[in-house]
Design a protein around this ligand. Structure first.
Ligand code: ADP
Length: 666
């Protein structure tokens, strides 16, 4: 048994920071690697040593085996932790690490290879008698054969990239006439994301749940399961909110799934942390989907209900130790949730976003009776001085994971709701309001989850933008007032109003939301606020609140608020609220919205992969016009209205910047 003394983490962001947390606790030194885009990143700051490994594109840095091994050699690291994503499931990398005389904190290359392809792993599991979704996962890939297989399975079917992950290269096909187009799209995405066009086809199950089992194995042939996680709540076939244990799952099924997962791990001589993913139908029949041969993003919920540190287990197993606990010693304690805070725009089909963080405040981590109740895993912060971190287009747009625990599901959910209410963020568009709505949804609270939950509850979770609440408008106006007053003294509103004696007796602050304008009048010196609907509120300054915020009493009720200004946009944030208004600043009159209709622009920097129309073409609302690939996903630009194409300013292969005009419509 060889003690590991220094670990290089071949990753970035929240997972790199997460691994370092455990290393610190165990007294293990850490080495970070980073790209030029990450020079000021938290994971670099946290590490004992850090090595620059190349430019921003992952191919030239985080995916470059030679550079990572050189960094390990140079710093004298004795082990490499791959995190998840990047090289974590790359058998060649695992092999190269071992060949370089280092410990790979993960399974042997042979196990990664066995589970590497979704197709190959299914063949293997078929042999091990683990139940599979009906489908085709063979070698032959010509379109005619694939289409015939789809007919055989019966529509709807799902096309998946065999080398896939992250929901990329996946297409649901409802009928034969959509097949060819969907196949081409899946293959294109598979090629660009994984360098491999191979696909498989399976029956698309109706409203299944995604339930996965955490397994752990040591080098001595022992394996256990650490129960399940329900990851059914998904958008774009990707998880956004996970929980453990799975609500309503019977103990008998839990055990059956656990045993099937352990059997899967043993069948490939697995070592370390792994996850066996299943789809579960309403009758608790379960079907193997794939095995992830690494630590998962959502591992914290398992840690919360078992009280274990999975990274510590990974390290111990890599050192050659026996599993710390046997199956009979493992117990579920309480319930846990994880919500993933992403830079994305839920109102535009969760389009991934990027940009600089303007304001960021996470909920406080807390504990109750020795059990952690709220935990925040992140690699993104607001720099204490100057500019915040940037969510880069080069990497995954996840900002943080908010994790909660409670003695039962209801308690854990309440803790999650509070934690999300106390998460303040401004900058790129995020899913914070969506997560709040999700965790407050009645059906969600009742545990009625399946993979269509978000689609089925679309209107409740993504309501049409409504008029801002009166307190939002009042706080917005007070925020602007504070901004002005701060330059004067400690009691910005009071001094401001007395300072004005002889000047005007009132100010009007006008905000815009959607198409409507909302004028708010503040009269001095009593700070009476008159709202557009005639309601009046009396405001009192209750001190400066947390960083850059202020506390206000509105008719005696206390609010801790932040109004973060980004040009004309005012982000109004207070417990449970996060709203973006446009401030019609009299000093910047005339600067309205830049949106002009008829111009269809690139949603983010990317590459044009298909142009479907020519100038002069008649198009109908919803018709696909251009496809742009960005952040490894395809985004289809569709016609917002019926019209005629006036101009096409994009060619296949073009690299376009955000807001680049692709199509002009008449
Ligand atoms: P990836 O590895 O790209 O994340 P997965 O194979 O893990 O893709 O599938 C992601 C999600 O897609 C699943 O959690 C589930 O919601 C959905 N899904 C996958 N296969 C099926 C299927 N056969 N029927 C219905 N939904 C499916």
């Amino acid at each position: 048994m060889k003690k590991i003394e220094k670990i290089l983490i071949a990753n970035r962001g929240e997972i790199a920071c997460r691994v370092m947390r455990t290393c610190r606790m165990l007294g293990i030194a850490t080495v970070a690697v980073y790209s030029e885009a990450d020079a000021a990143a938290l994971h670099v700051e946290m590490a004992d040593e850090a090595v620059l490994i190349g430019p921003a594109p992952a191919r030239e840095s985080y995916l470059d085996t030679a550079k990572i091994l050189a960094a390990a050699q140079q710093t004298g690291a004795d082990a490499i932790h791959p995190g998840y994503g990047f090289l974590s499931e790359n058998a060649g990398f695992a092999e190269a690490v071992v060949k370089a005389g280092l410990v790979f904190i993960g399974p042997p290359a042979s196990a990664i290879r066995a589970m590497g392809g979704k197709s190959e792993s299914k063949m293997l599991m078929e042999k091990a008698k683990v139940p599979l979704v009906p489908g085709y996962h063979g070698e032959k890939q010509d379109e005619k054969l694939l289409k015939a297989e789809a007919e055989k399975i019966g529509y709807p079917v799902l096309i998946k990239a065999s080398a896939g992950g992250g929901g990329k290269g996946m297409r649901v096909v409802e009928s034969a006439k959509e097949f060819s187009e969907a196949l081409a799209g899946a293959q294109r995405e598979a090629k660009s994301s994984f360098g491999n066009e191979k696909v498989l086809i399976e029956k698309y199950l109706v409203n299944p749940r995604h339930v996965e089992i955490q397994v752990f194995a040591d080098q001595k042939g022992n394996a256990v399961y650490l129960f399940e996680r329900d990851c059914s709540v998904q958008r774009r076939h990707q998880k956004v909110l996970e929980e453990a244990p799975a609500p309503g799952l019977s103990q008998a099924t839990r055990e059956k799934m656990g045993k099937a997962a352990v059997a899967a791990a043993l069948a490939i001589d697995y070592v370390g942390a792994g996850t066996v993913e299943f789809l579960l139908d309403a009758k608790e029949n379960f079907y193997f989907m794939e095995m992830n041969t690494r630590l998962q993003v959502e591992h914290p919920v398992t840690e919360m209900i078992t009280g274990l540190d999975l990274v510590e287990w990974q390290i111990r197993v890599a050192e050659g130790e026996k599993l710390p606990l046997a199956q009979k010693d493992l117990k579920i304690n309480g319930h846990a949730f994880e919500a993933r805070l992403y830079a994305e725009d839920p109102s535009r089909d969760f389009l991934p976003g990027a940009g600089q963080i303007g304001f960021l405040r996470y909920p406080m981590e807390s504990a109750q009776d020795d059990h952690q109740v709220v935990r925040v895993d992140t690699g993104v912060r607001e720099a204490p001085f100057g500019d915040g971190d940037v969510i880069s287009i080069y990497y995954d747009p996840m900002i943080a994971k908010i994790i909660s625990w409670g003695k039962d599901r209801a308690a854990a959910l309440k803790n999650m709701q509070d934690a999300l209410d106390n998460t303040y963020i401004a900058g790129p568009k995020t899913n914070i309001n969506f997560l709040r709505a999700l965790t407050k949804n009645k059906d969600f609270a009742a545990g009625k989850v399946n993979t269509h939950f978000i689609a089925d509850h679309h209107d409740a979770l993504l309501p049409e933008k409504s008029a801002p609440a009166n307190e939002t408008l009042a706080l917005a106006a007070l925020g602007i007032l504070t901004e002005r007053g701060e330059r004067i003294s400690d009691d910005p509103w009071g001094d401001l109003s007395s300072w004005r004696i002889g000047g005007g007796a009132a100010d009007t602050f006008t905000f815009k939301s959607g198409e409507k304008e909302y004028p708010i009048v503040i009269s001095y010196p009593d700070l009476q606020i008159t709202l557009p609907d005639g309601e009046t509120l009396r405001a009192d300054y209750a001190g400066s609140s947390f960083d850059r915020g202020f506390a206000a009493q509105l008719d005696g009720k206390r609010y801790d608020a932040v109004v973060y200004r980004d040009g004309l946009h005012a982000h109004v944030m207070y417990a449970g609220h996060n709203e973006e208004l446009v401030y019609l600043d009299p000093l910047h009159a005339g600067e309205g919205d830049e949106e002009t209709s008829g111009r269809l622009t690139a949603p983010m920097p990317g590459k044009v992969v298909a142009v479907r129309v020519k100038a002069g073409a008649k198009v109908t609302k919803g018709q696909a016009l251009v496809i742009v690939e960005a952040m490894k996903m395809e985004h289809t630009i569709t016609a917002p209205v019926d019209g005629v194409v006036a101009a096409v300013n994009a060619n296949v292969g073009d690299q376009v910047s955000e807001k680049h005009e692709l199509i002009a419509l008449k």
